[in-house]
Structures are given as C-alpha cells and as structure tokens.
Design a protein around this ligand. Structure first.
Ligand SMILES: NC(=O)c1ccc[n+]([C@@H]2O[C@H](COP(=O)([O-])OP(=O)(O)OC[C@H]3O[C@@H](n4cnc5c(N)ncnc54)[C@H](OP(=O)(O)O)[C@@H]3O)[C@@H](O)[C@H]2O)c1
Length: 370
C-alpha cells in the first residue's frame, strides 16, 4: 500500500525519470515503481537533484493484484509504461480499483477512446480523473485549441503537432503499435467521425518553415475525441509532423508494409514482428534533451464562417515538458483543484490556462495568436 501521494509506474524509463525530476520541483513525495527494482534504483540516481526528493523505490509485477496493492493509498498514478495500447488497460483498471487518479503519456488516441468508454464512468463515480495522454504531443495542442476557442464562433479546428528530434525507444514502439488500431483513428467532419485512410502522408505547411513538412494522422490525436461532444465544434482534424521528413516518410512506408504484409498475420506473430522493427529503428536510450535542439511547434488554425484565428505554441524539451505536465497536474489533483472527473483530458480536468502557466514557469512554452 502506497504511503506517498504519487506512484510513477515505469520510473526506469526515459519519461518516467523526467516525471520523477518534475515531482521534485513540486516537492511531491512519490514512489518510483517498475518491474525491475534495481533498474529503477539506478535510473533514479541519474535524476538531477534527486538527493532532495522524497521518494521510495518499489518493484512490482505487471499484474492486476500487484498493481492494485501498490496503488492503494496513492492519490495519483503517473503511468509511463508503454506502448499504452499493450500495457496500460491493466494499469487503468488497477487505478480504478485502488481509487486513484490516472495520468499517462499516451500517444495512441485510439487507446484513450477505448479506456474512456470502458472505465470513464467508474472514475467519474469516484470523483477521479482518467486523463491519459497528459503529454507533449496532445496536451500542448489542446491548450492551443482552447486559446483559439476563446474567440466566439470558431467551429472548425485544424491542428498540427510538429516536434523536432528522434522518438525514444518507447515512443518508437508506440508508433508501430498505432498501426494495429489505425482503422479506428478518426477526425470530425460535420459532427461525424470520419476514419483516416491508413498509411497516407500529407504535405503540411507550418510557421517558421519555408519547406513543407510531411504529416501523419498518428492514430487521430485526442482533439477530435475531447471536442466530439463540445457544441462549439463541427470539424476537428489533428495530424503530427516530426520535422524530420525522412522519419515521417519512413513511418508512412512502414505502415504500408504493415497493411500489406503484417496485418494478415496471427496476432502474436504480428506483434512480435512489429516490436522487432521498432527496435531496429531506435534501440537505445536517447541523451538528455537540449533546448537548442529539441524545439516543438504546435499550431491550431480555427475557422468560423467569416473569421479565423490561429494559435502557435513554440516549446522546447518535449519529454521534460511531459514530466512537468504530470507533476503540475498531480499537484492540482492532490489539492482537489479539479473541476471535472471521469474520462477527460487534463486540460478539461484542471484548466488549460493553469497548465500553460506552469509550462511558462519553467520557460518551456510561448504562445502567439493571430
Ligand atoms: N505522446 C507523447 O507526447 C509522449 C511523450 C512521452 C512518452 N510517451 C509514451 O510514453 C511511453 C514511455 O516512453 P519512454 O520514452 O519513457 O520509453 P522507455 O524509456 O522505453 O520506458 C518504458 C518503460 O516501460 C517499462 N516497461 C516496458 N515494458 C514493460 C512491461 N512489459 N511491463 C512493465 N514495464 C514495462 C520499462 O521498464 P524497464 O526499464 O524495466 O524495461 C520502462 O520503465 C511510450 O509509450 C511513449 O510513446 C508519449
């Protein structure tokens, strides 16, 4: 049973370590947990300033009973064990049983949709938040969308997340796991779900870049999901365009190969082949981020009948930013400062301006509207 308000599950990973570092900034005591205790212990030693953090290390098996036992007594669980599509449903269920808020760093919107439908009511009944995808790829874009929607009459959103850098090992595995649920990736057109065609890339123009980037539906993103029931919105489309065109073209080609060669295979064989391909692409732990290199641009174009508004958020160090989002969110949730529960985005739960303010406190994001 947890005697700390926060459990970081997957603390040995790249993102988990950064969540731990951010908890220290907010002075939130935590349990750093993972399937391999010594590996978590070693990872914690690499967290800058860890000597002044209040934490314990816990080794836990990835099964329901063990996770429920670990999470019981905690207020917030931050899950960074991915791909979420494979591992997180069990963690969400354990959280629901333990009565804790749930945050994770999902990049797969189809997973967010499915666990929301399955567990949303249970979290809502307990007054708890089920907010997967509290992460740079989707939360920053949602902040920009809410800023655009401050202008009355905007009903259509076109959103693009454009990170610079190479995805981590976990993120690369996640990219491939999204292929498995690609037929559920959707955008909103005239208030209807429209499903993206798989393995297609799109020429995309962004501010600050004279050359076109190449974007991908990336499991549809969470904006169409979180704005689906918002009466202001009629159309909402979200894509992702890493600034490496080569990477984006490679992802699209890999997905074509998946559709042609792997999709027809039995599940076990298909998953093993996908994981092996992901491993070839990005086998190691990337270095700590560098704010002169790892620069993101998130853009949301909003349109009404006679007017348009765009919001651009320029940010740095996306994985560090993800850690700050988790700690800032945990800080609000522990203090009971959330005004929505159930399957909601973290912006809906604690407020987009609050989260933006926290990112600005760390010099991680700047907003421009026009
Ligand atoms: N969407 C976004 O903006 C965003 C941002 C950041 C991260 N993410 C996502 O977050 C996830 C983690 O990314 P990362 O870069 O931190 O990856 P990572 O460095 O590879 O870490 C993965 C973590 O998961 C654990 N793990 C893997 N398989 C497990 C299993 N079968 N049972 C229990 N634990 C297991 C690993 O433990 P061991 O050390 O024991 O192997 C490690 O702690 C990925 O899904 C990634 O896509 C998304």
């Amino acid at each position: 049973m947890s005697k700390k308000p926060v459990v970081i599950y997957g603390a040995s990973g790249y993102t988990g370590r950064l969540v731990a570092e951010a908890m220290r900034h907010y002075q939130i005591p935590f349990i750093a947990a993972g399937r391999n205790g010594p590996r978590v212990e070693e990872a914690m030693k690499l967290v800058p300033g860890i000597e002044t953090a209040e934490y314990e290390v816990a080794e836990v098996n990835h099964d329901l009973e063990s996770l429920v036992e670990l999470f019981s007594g905690a207020e917030v669980v931050c899950n960074t064990v991915g791909p979420m599509w494979y591992y997180a449903p069990l963690v969400v269920e354990a959280c629901a049983r333990a009565g804790a808020h749930y945050l994770d760093s999902t990049g797969e919107a189809t997973f967010v949709d499915e666990v929301g439908q399955q567990f949303g009511d249970q979290f809502a009944a307990a007054g708890k938040v089920l907010s997967p995808s509290t992460a740079y790829m989707f939360t920053v874009l949602e902040i920009a969308a809410h800023i655009v929607l401050e202008t009355p009459g905007i009903d259509s959103l076109e959103a693009i997340c454009s990170p610079t850098g190479t995805p981590t090992f976990g993120s690369t595995q996640t990219i491939f796991s999204t292929f498995e649920s690609a037929d559920k990736a959707f955008y909103l057109e005239n208030n209807q779900r429209v499903y993206w065609p798989p393995a297609v890339g799109y020429e995309t123009v962004l501010p600050d870049r004279p050359r076109a980037l190449y974007s991908h539906a990336w499991s549809g993103g969470t904006l169409p999901l979180y704005f689906e029931k918002d009466p202001r919105i009629i159309n909402c489309r979200q894509t992702t365009a890493f600034t490496s065109r080569e990477l984006m073209e490679q992802v699209t080609e890999m997905q074509k190969m998946y559709e042609r060669d792997l999709k027809p295979l039995p599940e076990k064989e298909r998953k093993a082949k996908l994981a092996a391909i992901g491993e070839q692409m990005q086998p190691g732990m990337p270095p700590r981020e560098n704010r002169l290199v790892h620069r993101n641009v998130d853009v949301v174009h909003g349109r009404g009948s006679t007017h348009a508004v765009s919001c651009t958020i320029r940010s740095v160090n996306p994985y560090q930013l993800t850690g700050i989002l988790h700690a800032a969110a945990a800080n609000y949730l522990i203090g009971g400062r959330h005004f929505a529960s159930g399957a909601v985005s973290i912006c809906q739960a604690v407020g987009y301006q609050e989260l933006l303010g926290q990112l600005q406190n760390f010099g991680l994001a700047q907003v421009e509207t026009n």
